[in-house]
Design a protein around this ligand. Sequence first.
Ligand SMILES: C[S@@+](CC[C@H](N)C(=O)[O-])C[C@H]1O[C@@H](n2cnc3c(N)ncnc32)[C@H](O)[C@@H]1O
Ligand code: SF4
Ligand code: SF4
Length: 514
Amino acid sequence: MDAPTQQEASGSAIEIGEITRVIAEQTGCGSGRAGCASQANRGDLPVETWEKVKNHPCYSEEAHHHYARMHVAVAPACNIKCNYCNRKYDCANESRPGVVSERLTPEQAAKKVVAVASTIPQMTVLGIAGPGDPLANPEKTFKTFGLVRKAAPDLKLCLSTNGLALPDYVDTITKFNVDHVTITINMIDPAIGAKIYPWIFYQHKRYAGIQAAKILTDRQLQGLEMLTARGVLCKVNSVMIPGINDRHLLEVNKAVKRRGAFLHNIMPLISSPEHGTVFGLNGQRGPTARELKALQDGCEGEMRMMRHCRQCRADAVGLLGEDRRAEFTTEKIMEIDVKYDVESRKGYQAKIEEERAAKTTAERADLTKRADSVGGIKLLVAVATKGAGLINEHFGHAKEFQVYELSNGGAKFVGHRRTDLYCQGGYAEEGSLATIIGAVSDCHAVFIAKIGGRPRAELIKAGVEPVDQYAHEPIDKSTIAWFVAYLDRVSSGTIQHEERGDAAIRPRALNSAA
Ligand SMILES: C[S@@+](CC[C@H](N)C(=O)[O-])C[C@H]1O[C@@H](n2cnc3c(N)ncnc32)[C@H](O)[C@@H]1O
Ligand code: SF4
Ligand code: SF4
């Protein structure tokens, strides 16, 4: 890999000069970012864009605390080969793109969507993201959308594609009112593409190497332009592959922004030999949390960045980071008494909106007041949460930790650390507690609803403060309150502020490939 840039070496591109903008983001004043909570706070977003993002858990970081999505696995085939994908490897306990427990017919999928949306009134989005490529399975994909549109007309429809077939289906996508399309774009330089894609299958012919990558990038960018010209909201996914496309993604970011993409989601490569992928087997590592953040920070001025992607399975159900698949197996949905009631769903969601609006107003006053009173220190904290923007998870039960950057701009969500990537069992498993603690070792504190004696002692030993006095309180307010007290302790000389390095380890799967 090339030598790190100054920005990579410092690990973060957000400096104090950006604080005003961060405050604007957090408080909804003027930035127009998707994290706003009420209609009044939509910033400079046009009303129709705001309507599309305000309750979409992937397009709005703030919305993901309140709204759920589901994927239906109706699209098994794919028209290209990515060196990081193997759809044959299936593990029920693993959350990773391309992995599914059962594939569905369009009819089964529609029945499942109705059952889930009737049970989970905050479920607002139905996505098709594989396990292969939805546009390499166009009949199944659009049949599913047609059936869902009829049975559950208030759901937003979402599609995730590699983009090769996209220009051929733009009209169909708009005809079915698919509101959101994600295109995976990992390069705009075919020489880099040839290292990621061994082949593509296009117009009944197989292409390889640079020729394949050239066709792919042309089709992806053409599809993106066509969609944005028709007003479809587009997100671009890019997989960060150190040494292959990491620096190049800055160029990708500019290219997709120019073509009207709304959001850029740079995700870490997941790579482990047992997944049987080319990258897993040849030892290609994924990025560290700090490398990922540095790249996301570097792209942020260009366009909105998604930092809360959970790299979900193709059959995921529930809030992001929550897994409710087991409640909705094909066998179980036959037993669910389905009555799809749009009005009661609307009523439930209106209540969520009221609560969001009230919370934002209170937080805005709080943060603005504090912004003046604290110094230039910036640090990371990890939070155990089950959702709703609260610190409401036990340390030992946390499936992930959300990571916030605290500064005088407020509390900014910058990513998460999934514990399923760090260990397969409880603490009984040799070394897993140490591994989880290593994963948050770049944080100054961990906020939890509750914590046992042993993990508390181990965290303190690792220099990470366990904080449980804000149990069941809102994340933003609590972390800022702790931060103000931390700064007081620094200025009174009770403690000395120390910069932290990268998290001590990479996720287990990535570690083994490193
Ligand atoms: C499984 S794909 C399905 C949709 C479509 N075939 C595509 O590739 O965009 C969903 C997303 O997961 C990403 N993905 C698949 N395997 C991955 C891996 N090993 N590491 C990181 N991202 C991965 C893809 O790049 C894509 O953005
Ligand atoms: S395009 Fe998507 S489904 Fe196809 S190989 Fe790549 S990641 Fe897998
Ligand atoms: S993979 Fe990312 S973008 Fe897709 S549903 Fe999950 S969180 Fe949203």
